[in-house]
Ligand binder design. Structure first.
Ligand code: ASP
Length: 597
């Protein structure tokens, strides 16, 4: 075939108006019907598909070629668009009114028989899909996801560009940054025994850019965290990262509203109402038991401490005496069979509660529950009032330590609550996070990251556990889309935070001395944010799994079945890097079928 453009039109773009037009098309055989006479194929390209008629009498190609066409053969053809005959119009297909009668067809590349059918209606094992991702991506849902991702990122870039943000790249071979996860390390050949870390985020570089005088920065940045992967986590992920100087929380949140509404309008055709509601971290925790509440439905957690302050029911009074709390939700008319209620108790215990008290409101307003005999009339009355109970409702109560009670009810709320409108996107900001929390060893760790400004430095020193920070999250439908904060721009405050975190001055100097020094050169006040693009697109595409919107993701165990990564390397490469694989690891390889498994 002569060199030159192989198509005049996209297959999916042809409409009734094109009838009579001669077209050149190229793409893949998506479907074929060959009854020995006229052959019909659906030709697919990146714009969609169109029906093509191959009539051997028109001799578009020799008979062998025509009858030899198989699924996913890559072909080019010329032909004429015509209206489909009466009764054969397909209203479900954008090109369904027309078909192309081919006058010539060439097979550009034949295809092996496929390892799985490229049909969106068939459930295919994910490992197989990932092994043949290039075929999987030919499926309509997957190519829609790629398009959506591209459009979302383009919309984000447009907002950033319009608002004067500069797109600046930052390195991916860096010194470790303390974002709280394990670093991915890359050994250096030139300095054997030394390692680069891949960035957990561009955090410190974007702060350096503020010091450098870039007043508005953004980047679509790849980030790496060596954590166990979950459905909504990957070892590498993409953020829209941004930062600005001489501004604070209000400006960052306003920018986020612009980004979120533009992306929503692009992928979902509606604009979410502005401004987004805000909850403080404390409100979110006490009303929803989580810092990323789904506010599409109520079922809020209520403090029932006052109702049971003088209770003689030991399960309640003991907890209150020990400094615990009594909280409850009105789970609504669940259809409260005994087995369902027992299952809820088991679920609460599995989530870490010592128990769960349930009460069903009968038609006459009385309460049915194994514990009702222990509750005074007045207690029952204030319980019903506190939870706004009406006939048929199921009331669920957890008496426990505050953290457990809130967490368990927060999870039960998510199990039981249903949004009225599944398509709704309920954005909100969570603000006023604590600066620190205790880790399992009882040490202070930052709730966000150690570069986040405290609201009150003196208070932070005196009472780290109650100090609030200038950190904020963007949440939608129970998922955290990203976090950010006003940063510390005073090196002394930064040193104090390291100190509370138990990082000694020597240690801080050794690890971040370069950053503490940079802060000493006229650092402007600055603040920023990062949105997790994978999760954002997954939510807008209504798929629970971020792997569906990542072109080439890793499996849950961090492997890529397509390219076989991670994989062992040549002995020589290891020698160059000065790396020895320990004998016990080699022994493990020998025991496993494939090295690295
Ligand atoms: N670097 C932070 C993160 O990756 C985001 C930020 O504070 O801007 O979560």
């Amino acid at each position: 075939m002569a060199e030159g453009p192989m198509k005049t039109h996209g297959a999916g773009t042809l409409r009734g108006d094109d009838a009579g037009t001669e077209v050149m098309l190229a793409g893949w055989v998506n479907r074929r019907r060959d009854h020995g006479g006229v052959i019909f194929i659906d030709l697919r390209d990146s714009t969609g598909l169109v029906q093509v008629v191959l009539n051997p009498e028109d001799a578009p190609a020799d008979e062998e070629t025509l009858h030899g066409l198989r699924l996913e053969y890559c072909v080019s053809l010329t032909g004429t668009v015509r209206d489909r005959p009466e009764g054969t119009v397909n209203p479900d297909l954008p090109t369904g009114k027309v078909e192309v009668v081919a006058s010539s067809l060439v097979v550009l590349s034949p295809s092996e028989p496929l390892p799985f059918q490229l049909d969106d209606r068939i459930d295919i094992d994910e490992a197989l899909r990932l092994e043949y991702r290039y075929l999987d991506l030919r499926r309509a849902t997957m190519s829609d996801n790629l398009v959506a991702r591209s459009r979302a990122i383009a919309a984000m870039r447009r907002v950033m560009d319009e608002q004067g943000f500069l797109d600046v790249e930052t390195p991916t071979l860096i010194a470790s940054t303390p974002e709280g996860a394990r670093d991915m390390l890359v050994p250096s050949r030139l300095r054997k025994g030394s390692f680069y870390a891949l960035p957990q985020s561009p955090q410190l570089f974007k702060q350096l850019l503020m010091i450098a005088g870039v007043e508005r920065y953004y980047q679509v940045a790849r980030c790496y965290r060596d954590e166990d992967t979950r459905a909504d986590r990957q070892l590498e992920f993409t953020q829209l990262d941004f930062e600005g100087s001489f501004w604070g929380q209000e400006e960052v949140l306003a920018t986020l509203e612009q980004i979120a509404s533009r992306v929503t309008a692009t992928l979902r055709d509606f604009e979410p109402p502005l401004p987004f509601p805000r909850l403080t971290w404390h409100e979110a925790m006490s009303r929803y038991g989580t810092d990323k509440p789904d506010i599409r439905f109520g079922m809020e957690i209520k403090d029932l401490g006052a109702a049971f302050a003088a209770s003689e029911f030991k399960a309640f009074s003991d907890v209150l005496e020990a400094g615990g709390t009594i909280r409850g939700i009105n789970a609504g008319a669940l259809g409260a069979s005994r087995s369902k209620l027992d299952a809820l108790v088991a679920r609460a215990q599995e989530l870490g509660a010592k128990g769960l008290v349930w009460l069903v409101v009968e038609d006459d307003g009385s309460l049915r529950s194994p514990v009702v005999k222990f509750l005074a009339d007045a207690e029952q009355q204030s319980l019903k009032e506190g939870l706004e109970a009406t006939a048929g409702d199921v009331l669920l109560i957890v008496a426990d330590e505050q953290k457990t009670a809130l967490e368990v009810l927060g999870r039960l709320r998510l199990d039981l609550g249903q949004p009225d409108d599944h398509d709704e996107l309920a954005y909100l900001f969570v603000v006023d996070f604590p600066v620190f929390e205790r880790n399992d060893d009882g040490d202070w760790v930052p709730l966000h990251h150690p570069f986040t400004a405290p609201v009150d430095v003196d208070q932070m020193r005196q009472d780290p556990g109650h100090a609030l920070s200038k950190a904020y999250d963007l949440v939608v439908n129970g998922s955290e889309l990203g976090s950010g904060s006003v940063r510390i721009h005073d090196p002394d405050v930064q040193a104090q935070v390291f100190d509370i975190l138990g990082i000694s001055t020597e240690d801080a100097t050794e690890r971040f001395g370069w950053f503490l020094e940079a802060l000493r050169y006229g650092t402007p006040p600055h603040a920023g944010f990062a949105i997790g693009i994978d999760r954002f697109v997954a939510i807008l595409q209504d798929t629970p799994n971020i792997r569906e919107v990542i072109p080439f993701p890793k499996t849950q165990s961090g492997a890529d079945p397509l390219t076989g990564s991670p994989s062992p390397v040549e002995e020589e490469q290891l020698r160059d890097l000065g790396i020895d694989i320990r004998d016990e690891v080699r022994a493990e390889w020998a025991a496993a079928e494939t090295p690295g498994d």
